[in-house]
Each structure stands twice: as structure tokens, then as C-alpha cells.
Design a protein around this ligand. Structure first.
Ligand code: GUN
Length: 291
């Protein structure tokens, strides 16, 4: 007798959802343009980290396709504190610019927290300014929410996957993804465990999770036998194992035979981050011009 194939998780199609969000954003941009308002995004890139160059170019391309005025402000890797500060303050004071993104990581002589705090919170498209993060923590409304976690929440909501009362295990405590993700899940009444590189017994914790969010940047760290049957698995990792192959933080082939829902890499969270950035840009523009 032939054995039946292992059960397979449903894919959470971030690419399709991102396309839908982008179409909605384009409609909003078109409406704004008819009233003479052009949402404007400036992306600051310091140095030449290869992955950053790819992301920054992609952000600019998508922005342009949606009718958003976008440009990259490229600064050398040895740029001084004074010059970077002047660039940020200049954009803060330019009323034609609505959204500022400082691409991370920065070279080691520049502390990102300094420049995130210098960015006008009303133009902080990443939601990384202390005021925006503080509002997130307090349950108040930030001007913008961090793009990747906000995209992940949108993905869960688009598929009607409930969060309240669920045990969510977030792996990775970065300011970009892990910490804001944990708070967004907590706000939606999940029980949240935030794991990191010093966590003892990670596999056993992940096995308890109804929702797993992996954002550590370790290729295929999360194995199939760490996944609780039927769990929702969101893989934020984008790891290049060689020049061409992208793998996530989750061993996809293994995990998809156990999970209920899973994001692919690529085509899962990545496109949502960019689509959320576009939504945030337009929302900041609307807040600034319409009050
Ligand atoms: N580097 C990787 N992801 C991000 C992000 O979401 N925002 C910024 N500013 N830099 C990043």
C-alpha cells in the first residue's frame, strides 16, 4: 500500500497581499496627486553594505511605481556625525518631504539611536523614534509602526488567523523586528515569549507556540520538529547561503509538513515590508498635509 504524503501547511502569500496593498496605496497616491500633493520619501544609505544597496534600490523602485516621489541620499561609509545630522535636520525642515528612512545597519562609528531620535517623529516612516516606540509600548497611536512587524500583523489579519489568547513565540530581539513584533502581538492579547541568543531551551519553547515569528538571521535555525502541529509560522529571515539562494530562519521543507500555515522565503514577509513602507509613507503625508 502506498503511504499518504505528509500533510502540508497552507502558504501565507505575502507577495499577493503586498500587491494588493500596493494597488490600494497607488489609488491613494493618485487621489493625492490630483489635489497637487505628492507623497515624498527619502532613504538615507550610509556606506555600501551589499544587502542594504539591494533593499534601498528596491524601495525606491516600488515607490516610483506607485507615484511616490522617492530618492536615495547616499553618504560615504566614513561620513561624520555632523554631516549625517545635517542631512537629517535638512529633511526634517523640508516641508516637501513627508517620510525619512535611515537604512540600517550603520557603520560602527555611528549610533543608530542618535539619528533615530533626531528624525522628526512625524516623518519617521520606520516608527523607530523614541516617541513612536513609546507610544507603541503605551498602547497609544504612533505616527508610524515599524514596517516588518506591522506587515506580519497585517498578514495574520488578512488570513483571519486569530491572535488573542494564543501563545506567540518571537525569536530575535532586534529593535527593527523582534521587540516591536512582541509588543504588537501583546497589544492584540497574545501571550508572548520573546526569545534571543541567550535563551535556554529554545526548541522546547517554540514547541509551545501557536504562532512562531523567526527573526534572528540564522539560516534554517528552526527545525520541523520544533513546530507544534497546526502552528502559524512567520519567517522574517532572509539569509543568503551563497550568491543566489535565499533561505529563511526556518527549515521550510521540514516545517511545512507540521505547521498549519507558513510563509515562504522569498515571497512571504519580504514584499510586505516594502508594501508597509509605502503605506506608512502615504499615511505620514496625509497626516502632515491634512492634519
Ligand atoms: N534594515 C533592515 N530592515 C530595516 C528596516 O525595516 N528599516 C531600516 N531603516 N533599516 C532596515
Amino acid at each position: 500500500m502506498m503511504s499518504s504524503p505528509p500533510p502540508s501547511a497552507q502558504c501565507l502569500d505575502g507577495k499577493a497581499l503586498a500587491a494588493q496593498w500596493q494597488a490600494d496605496t497607488k489609488q491613494t497616491v493618485d487621489r493625492l496627486r490630483h489635489t497637487g500633493i505628492v507623497p515624498a520619501l527619502r532613504v538615507i544609505q550610509v556606506g555600501e553594505v551589499a544587502a542594504s544597496s539591494v533593499y534601498v534600490r528596491r524601495k525606491a523602485q516600488v515607490a516610483q511605481a506607485l507615484g511616490i516621489d522617492s530618492d536615495i541620499v547616499h553618504l560615504p561609509a566614513d561620513v561624520s556625525h555632523e554631516t549625517l545630522s545635517d542631512v537629517i535636520v535638512g529633511l526634517n525642515n523640508d516641508s516637501a518631504i513627508h517620510a525619512i528612512l535611515l537604512q540600517l545597519p550603520l557603520p560602527s562609528h555611528l549610533n543608530p539611536l542618535v539619528y533615530q531620535a533626531l528624525t522628526d517623529p512625524k516623518k519617521d516612516v520606520d516608527g523607530f523614534h523614541p516617541m513612536n516606540l513609546g507610544r507603541l509600548l503605551a498602547g497609544d497611536t504612533p505616527y508610524a509602526l515599524p514596517c516588518t512587524p506591522w506587515g506580519c500583523i497585517g498578514l495574520l489579519e488578512a488570513y483571519n488567523l486569530s491572535i488573542a489568547g494564543k501563545h506567540a513565540v518571537v525569536i530575535g530581539r532586534s529593535n527593527i523586528v523582534g521587540k516591536p513584533m512582541a509588543h504588537l502581538l501583546l497589544q492584540r492579547q497574545a501571550t508572548v515569549t520573546l526569545c534571543h541568543s541567550k535563551t535556554v531551551g529554545l526548541p522546547a519553547l517554540v514547541r509551545q507556540a501557536d504562532i512562531v515569528v523567526a527573526a534572528v538571521g540564522v539560516p534554517e535555525l528552526v527545525r520541523g520538529d520544533w513546530i507544534k502541529p497546526g502552528a502559524v509560522v512567520i519567517d522574517v529571515g532572509i539569509n543568503r547561503t551563497n550568491q543566489v539562494t535565499l533561505v529563511g530562519d526556518v527549515a521550510f521543507e521540514e516545517a511545512q509538513t507540521v505547521a498549519g500555515w507558513i510563509t515562504p522565503v522569498p515571497g512571504g514577509v519580504g514584499p510586505l515590508t516594502i508594501a508597509t513602507l509605502m503605506r506608512n509613507t502615504v499615511a505620514l503625508c496625509q497626516q502632515q498635509v491634512q492634519g
